[in-house]
Design a protein around this ligand. Structure first.
Ligand code: ADP
Ligand code: F6P
Length: 320
């Protein structure tokens, strides 16, 4: 019987548990033996594993976080660390691994495959920042959490005729900011992918909407842009209106996954096991044109992310 392992790595994301569940159940259904690896690559190097059965993934599809825990491992980035992890796999009889994480984790999967262990990546990160896939598990839940939070902030901004500046997560990728901004009717949206000018892209937009009678304003800023407290002070000084900054932070990383995250995680986890079963390695499961497929990890990691400029233009047109 083939033995496979599953681990979660990098920042956790809602839906990772649903992906683990799909991996375990699909593997068992296909007569494989499954080991859950704790704490990502750090746990793999130490052989920190737990036997998985059909019931060990019961009641987790609805839970945020990851039952296997996640970690960022500096040790695994070294050749010695990767060899140690590959040796540990061999000692435990692990012939293939499903790695649920972001593109850093996929680099690790590539290194492990080169060391003789077939690895399949599953995109799991709230940022939606993986170039090869239109969608990453956790993105929808994070956006919906941000949406609810900004809606709440809008209530109080409206009562006090204030400007609220809200920072959402996304280090290199403005997708959470863009979509949350559109969905909450933000007057301005700042993302790392689009060069901005505070006078033109924030102040003038607020002034223009003030002229049409608007008295409260939402500005959504991606984490990669930052500076929300300074921006609030600048708006107060420049426009003479009260402004408040809120950094949403890790609230966006937790919570029960949405339908979309549970379903995509299930599809991707299933596909990953199917690939291992067929003897593939060094592949990443992706969504392209709305369909689940797979790519070589080298090809996937060479891709450049394309920001949806049209959606940004639409956001600028409708938020006036
Ligand atoms: P994410 O997977 O969400 O992008 P990180 O970039 O933090 O998160 O990567 C997660 C882990 O993957 C790292 O802590 C490290 O153990 C491993 N990793 C990252 N980059 C590499 C690399 N170039 N080579 C090998 N392993 C890597
Ligand atoms: O990559 C996902 C993410 O949530 C980013 O948006 C954020 O910058 C980062 O992880 C924070 O990571 P942590 O707090 O786990 O170090």
């Amino acid at each position: 019987m083939k033995t496979i392992g599953v681990l979660t790595s990098g920042g956790d994301a809602p839906g990772m548990n649903a992906a683990i569940r799909a991996v375990v159940r699909t593997a068992i259904e296909n007569n494989m033996h499954v080991l859950g690896i704790k704490n990502g690559y750090e746990g793999l190097m130490k052989g920190d594993v737990v036997e998985m059965n059909l019931r060990s993934v019961s009641n987790i599809i609805n839970r945020g976080g990851t039952i296997l825990h996640s970690a960022r491992s500096e040790g695994f980035k070294t050749e010695a660390g990767q060899e140690k992890a590959a040796e540990m796999c061999k000692a435990l009889g692990i012939e293939g691994l499903v790695i649920i994480g972001g593109d850093g984790s996929f680099r690790g999967a590539r290194a492990l495959t080169a060391n003789g262990i077939n690895c399949i990546g599953v995109p799991g990160t709230i940022d939606n920042d993986i170039a090869c896939s239109e969608y990453t598990v956790g993105f929808d839940t994070a956006m919906n959490t941000a949406l609810e939070m900004v809606d709440r902030i809008r209530d109080t901004a409206q009562s006090h005729d204030r400007c609220s500046i809200v920072e959402v997560m996304g280090r290199r990728c403005g997708d959470i900011a863009l979509q949350t901004g559109i969905a909450t009717g933000a007057t301005a949206i700042l993302v790392p992918e689009v060069e901005f000018n505070i006078e033109r892209d924030v102040i003038t937009r607020i002034i223009n909407t003030q002229k049409t009678g608007k008295k409260h304003f939402i500005v959504v800023v991606a984490e990669g842009v930052g500076g929300v407290r300074d921006l609030a002070k600048y708006i107060e000084k420049r426009l003479g209106i009260e402004a408040r900054a809120t950094i949403l932070g890790h609230v966006q990383r937790g919570g029960s996954p949405t339908v979309r995250d549970r379903v995509v995680a299930s599809q991707m986890g299933y596909e990953a096991v199917d690939l291992l079963d067929k003897g593939y390695g060094n592949r990443v499961v992706v969504m392209r044109d709305g369909k689940i497929t797979h790519l070589d990890i080298n090809e996937a990691l060479d891709m450049q992310r394309v920001f949806d400029k049209k959606l940004y233009e639409i956001a600028m047109s409708v938020s006036i």
